[in-house]
Design a protein around this ligand. Structure first.
Ligand code: HEC
Ligand code: HEC
Length: 291
């Protein structure tokens, strides 16, 4: 009897493990070559904040990685995303980029850690992901290998299939907005700019608590403010757009901490139109949970 029980348990566990790790079936995507895609990709690499994490730590301009990213689960090191075939992404196809940025999968089918914010990027359009790829492939290849992540010993990649299924369950269906400016702002905030990765609190397992979306969260160093409409109180849309450009708040104070690189590499490089769309999203839409 006990043996049969153990065997049944092993079979069920095995089936669950296969199910949570089942790779997405993706069509073949190719990386566009047009100047238009490359220019668009450059804009998106800033809008999506890839620069803040993947820049070399010595302040070099290349996206050759190596920067330490602190988290409650340990230290991650952003890898080299220049097109060096041996140490970077030189051999990647369009499908590899879609798999990594929208599904959190490496080219062999295993999971990436969500330190690469693919839970946010999953809402990116395929066209935008491929434009990012087009731009990255035009960069000067750099030979560089990031240090190995230093994580809690139990945090193996095998945990990530389960983690992602749990995160799927708690994720709401985000609404569409009638106002096109708010709709564009939602794409910039929830997907490209991944504002919630820092500003939305998380459970002990690191899963975002969407019912408290953007209501502020502790970070390994400091804290990301509550940026819901109630908390922003007196901020006008002009104040918000101006803040995203220069990092100056309505009371004249400069923002600091981890928001500084977000302003420098991401929001200050956006078009004024996109900063206004972000302001419209944060200050004009409904203010209920995940509205
Ligand atoms: C918050 C920091 C952060 C941001 C923002 C970020 N990444 Fe990453 N990225 C990482 C980390 C950390 C990894 C390694 C994940 C792992 O080892 O599981 C990674 C992995 C990758 C990989 C896999 C590389 C390989 O060799 O396997 C690619 C490609 C990538 N990122 C591209 C991008 C692009 C493009 C953007 C912007 C659209 C971006 N990343 C934004 C932190 C970040
Ligand atoms: C890497 C983490 C991170 C990301 C990503 C991020 N923020 Fe922040 N943000 C912070 C931190 C930390 C602070 C507090 C900075 C300080 O202490 O001065 C902050 C402060 C702010 C403030 C000031 C609020 C106040 O009341 O003073 C606003 C507004 C803001 N962020 C908006 C955004 C928007 C919009 C996005 C997405 C485009 C975003 N943030 C993405 C970490 C982040």
């Amino acid at each position: 009897m006990p043996l049969r029980f153990i065997l049944t348990a092993i079979i069920i566990l095995g089936a669950i493990t296969l199910w949570v790790n089942q790779p997405p079936s993706l069509p073949d995507y190719s990386i566009p070559q047009s100047d238009e895609s490359i220019t668009r990709g450059e804009y998106l690499v800033h809008a999506a904040g890839c620069i803040s994490c993947h820049l070399a730590p010595d302040g070099g301009e290349a996206l050759s990685g190596g920067q330490a990213l602190l988290s409650p689960f340990g230290t991650f090191y952003a890898p080299n995303i220049t097109p060096d075939p041996a140490t970077g992404i030189g051999n990647w196809t369009g499908t590899d980029f879609i798999g990594a940025l929208k599904h959190g999968r490496n080219p062999d089918g295993g999971f990436y850690y969500p330190a690469l914010p693919y839970r946010s990027y999953q809402g990116m359009t395929d066209e935008d992901v491929l434009a990012v790829a087009a731009y990255l492939m035009q960069q000067e290849p750099v030979t560089a290998t990031a240090p190995t992540h230093e994580l809690r010993p139990w945090l193996g990649r095998w945990t990530l299939g389960f983690w992602n299924r749990l995160a799927d369950l708690s994720e709401p269906d985000f609404p569409d907005y009638d106002d096109p400016q708010v709709e564009r702002g939602a794409y910039l905030a929830r997907n490209l700019g991944h504002c919630g990765e820092c500003h939305t609190p998380r459970s002990g397992l690191g899963i975002p608590l969407y019912e408290r979306e953007f209501s502020g969260a502790p970070l390994p160093e400091g804290e990301a403010d509550d940026i819901t409409r109630e908390a922003l109180g007196e901020w006008s849309e002009e104040d918000f757009a101006f803040f995203l450009f220069l990092g100056i708040k309505p009371d004249g104070e400069f923002v600091g901490g981890e928001m500084e690189p977000v302003i420098e590499h991401n929001t200050s490089t956006l078009t004024q139109e996109d900063r206004e769309a972000l302001a419209a999203f944060f200050l004009r839409r409904g203010n209920g949970p995940s509205e």
